[in-house]
Design a protein around this ligand. Structure first.
Ligand code: SF4
Length: 700
């Protein structure tokens, strides 16, 4: 469906800036191979001819004059241009030196999920049998890990959505919690409008009256960190008013009686007191959800980035289980993946506790299978090691050398001030990136990688649909494809025989085998099939299989008895409480114009102009009390750091809470303040709640 223009060709690919993975055609000059522009694809079902502001601007990275074009090596404190030969020689000698002195695990890898499945798979394999280190983890630990644990402990599998997005319009009620869908996944909104057009009700749980909450039927403006109490209160009403699907609960779940007992004390009055949401709204939302035949619960980082994020996810899933809203059109649950390949990034073995195919690294059977696929002895697969933030904390101590790929913890990790100290303690630090990020700036060696338009490979979108990206055949300047760089390093380390690939498709063919019979089974997916079918939903266990768009249609869950596990959770509250010294809650999040750490979107002028810097949202009532006016500079202070930003006085935020977007680094990083307390199950930090005070200041 692409428009043909003289002197141009169209590259069929997908947007890199969120888990929707909208289809797009990149316009390329046939003469110079330069990227000229972008058009949405009408044939790809997710976006059907639409793109959001990030999507229409994403291509501008390709010809950007700040792209890294040469390897850089630090000499006399400065990063200076070097050859690949020099850079790789130095990297390999440092790996050997550090591992020789301190052991294999002293060299770690910290990677990301904005990479293709092929790269995610290769990074996991490279760590375990290229470097022989157990210490590999990735930035999805800050993003998807609570959803992963929450799903696994409740339904036994972690696919971010039980249903294809085309099912959303069949819901009679949508409960969206902790997701500003309209800004963070804008092209999900047409699906929500589709349901509304058919009469569906919309319930939004969010401390802010976001653009999504603005169009809801009921907005539960919850105090950050109190979702477990809120859901217990909703469940209390569902049980009390007999809105439970008894047949489903009895035949397909375990644990309902314990939930009933635990939630008995969560009366609407008690829950209103904890959450700050009125009794009327809590009752209205419970009835709206309970009385609907079909309904979906959808959520994102707002409920997940907490020290009890995994259990909060499970509790929201309980809403669907006890009302039997699973396994058919318009009935199910989903998390909105933030990173482009947030779903695939967590399936192929770059998590420290995981092997490809979503296998547990501690499972002897899984280890034996993957060892066979890789052609090594089972004992040669190290792990598990440290999770992402623990890995950063160990730098200079247990871990002396680090390879950073496609990630920018100097913006995205909690307490970025400490992260700088950790990185500076390293004996050797190498970063691979397309731009010189705040983290890469601190490295001893920086390797220039390609941008996503130049990458062929697969990603897995928010629905669990695996899709194919066509890469532009070029590597500008001295930039190199990162999968080739990893293979070259492995070769120089004498491990080259395990990394013999000629193309991303070669890697995918091995990934297929590695995933066979695992939880995330890609074994029946081929590049040819992806092209022909506009993507294939996993699990897809054979080439004849057409994929699985909707999970649990047979009401069988991924546990030996086939039943889902209803788990019950007492409300304990966030790790850090407000007090006299720090009397307000700080919560953080995203804006429509930026992606993750902003390393890409802050360089795109059109997006930067629309949102050039962070700000703090303050409720007018609070602003009046503190004598703060619109645009005045204020200093936010937590127990870990401070940030000075302009005030945005707006009634969209609760009076007891401040909101700051997180896409900036250095003196503009809100993550100087955030709390690194980790969820013990998922190891996600509690980005969404910390205690702060606010002061007026003249400084900028
Ligand atoms: Fe890109 Fe997401 Fe916007 Fe689609 S919704 S264009 S994938 S950023």
């Amino acid at each position: 469906d692409a428009i043909e223009r003289q002197g141009e060709k169209n590259l069929v690919t997908h947007c890199c800036f969120c888990g929707m993975q909208c289809g797009m055609n990149i316009r390329v000059s046939t003469e110079t191979n330069q990227v000229l522009g972008v058009e949405p694809r009408y044939d790809f079902p997710m976006n059907g001819g639409r793109l959001c502001p990030k999507g229409v601007s994403a291509y501008r990275q390709a010809e950007h004059d700040e792209r890294l074009m040469h390897p850089l090596i630090r000499k006399n404190g400065e990063l200076v241009e070097a050859t690949w030969e020099e850079a790789l020689d130095l990297i390999v000698s440092k790996i050997q030196e550090i591992q020789g002195k301190y052991g294999k695990d002293a060299f770690g890898i910290y990677s990301g999920s904005s990479m293709t499945n092929e790269k995610c798979y290769l990074v996991g394999k490279f760590a375990r049998i290229g470097l022989g280190t157990k210490n590999i983890d990735y930035n999805g630990r800050y993003c998807m890990s609570s959803a992963a644990v929450g799903f696994n402990q409740t339904v036994g599998i972690d696919r971010g959505s039980t249903n294809p997005w085309s099912d959303i319009k069949f819901a009679d009620v949508l409960l969206i919690a902790g997701s500003n869908t309209a800004e963070c996944h804008p092209l999900s909104m047409p699906y929500i409008w589709g349901a509304r057009d058919r009469g569906a009700k919309l319930i939004v749980v969010d401390p802010r009256q976001t653009k999504t909450a603005l169009v809801s039927d009921v907005h539960l403006d919850v105090r950050p960190g109190t979702d477990i109490a809120l859901v217990n209160g909703l469940i209390h009403i569902l049980i009390k008013e007999n809105m439970i699907d008894q047949e489903f609960v009895q035949n397909h779940t375990n644990g309902f009686e314990e939930l009933k007992e635990l939630t008995a004390s969560y009366t609407p009055e008690r829950v209103a007191d904890i959450t700050g949401v009125s009794v009327e709204k809590i009752e209205a939302a419970a009835r709206m959800f309970g009385q609907a035949k079909n309904g979906m619960v959808m959520f994102a980082r707002g409920i997940e980035q907490h020290s009890n994020g995994s259990d909060t996810v499970s509790n929201y899933v309980n809403m669907c289980l006890i009302t039997g809203k699973v396994g058919r059109k318009g009935a199910g649950f989903a998390t909105f993946t933030g990173q482009g390949n947030g779903q695939g990034g967590r399936e192929h073995g770059q998590k420290t506790d995981q092997l490809p195919g979503y296998r547990k690294i501690t499972d002897p059977e899984a280890r034996a299978y993957i060892a066979k696929v890789w052609g090594v002895d089972e004992a040669e697969i190290p792990g598990p090691g440290l999770s992402a933030f623990e890995l950063l904390q160990s730098l200079g101590e247990e871990v002396k050398g680090l390879l950073l790929i496609c990630s920018n913890p100097m913006v995205s990790a909690p307490t970025v001030g400490s992260v700088k100290t950790y990185l500076e303690k390293l004996d050797f630090f190498v970063a691979m990136d397309m731009f010189l990020s705040e983290s890469a700036e601190l490295a001893d060696v920086v390797l220039p990688s390609t941008v996503w338009i130049e990458d062929t490979g697969t990603t897995t979108n928010v629905e669990g649909r695996v899709i194919l990206l066509q890469g532009l055949d070029r590597t500008p300047g001295q930039s190199k494809r990162d999968w080739k760089v990893l293979c070259e390093i492995a070769e120089r380390l004498g491990r080259g025989k395990y990394f013999q690939y000629d193309s991303p498709e070669d890697i995918f063919e091995e990934l297929r085998i590695a995933s066979k019979d695992g939880k995330a089974d890609y074994s029946g997916i081929t590049y040819e099939k992806l092209e022909r079918m506009q993507g294939v939903f996993w699990p897809c266990p054979s080439e004849e299989h057409e994929g699985t768009p909707r999970l649990f249609e047979d009401k069988k869950f991924f546990f030996p008895d086939g039943k889902a596990r209803i788990l019950s959770f007492e409300y304990k509250g966030p790790n850090e409480k407000v007090d006299k010294e720090y009397p307000y809650i700080l919560t953080t999040g995203r804006v429509v114009y930026h992606y993750l750490s902003g390393n890409q979107t802050r360089r795109i002028e059109a997006l930067r102009k629309l949102c050039p810097e962070p700000y703090v949202e303050i409720n007018p009532e609070t602003a009046r009390k503190l004598n703060i006016r619109e645009g005045e500079m204020v200093r936010l202070v937590s127990r870990r750091g401070d940030l000075t930003v302009p005030a945005r006085v707006t009634k969209i935020i609760r009076p007891d809470t401040f909101f700051v977007p997180y896409h900036w680094g250095k003196t503009m990083a809100i993550n100087h303040l955030t709390n690194p307390a980790l969820d013990p199950k998922s190891k996600i930090p509690e980005f969404k709640v910390c205690a702060v005070r606010i002061e007026k200041t003249e400084q900028r």
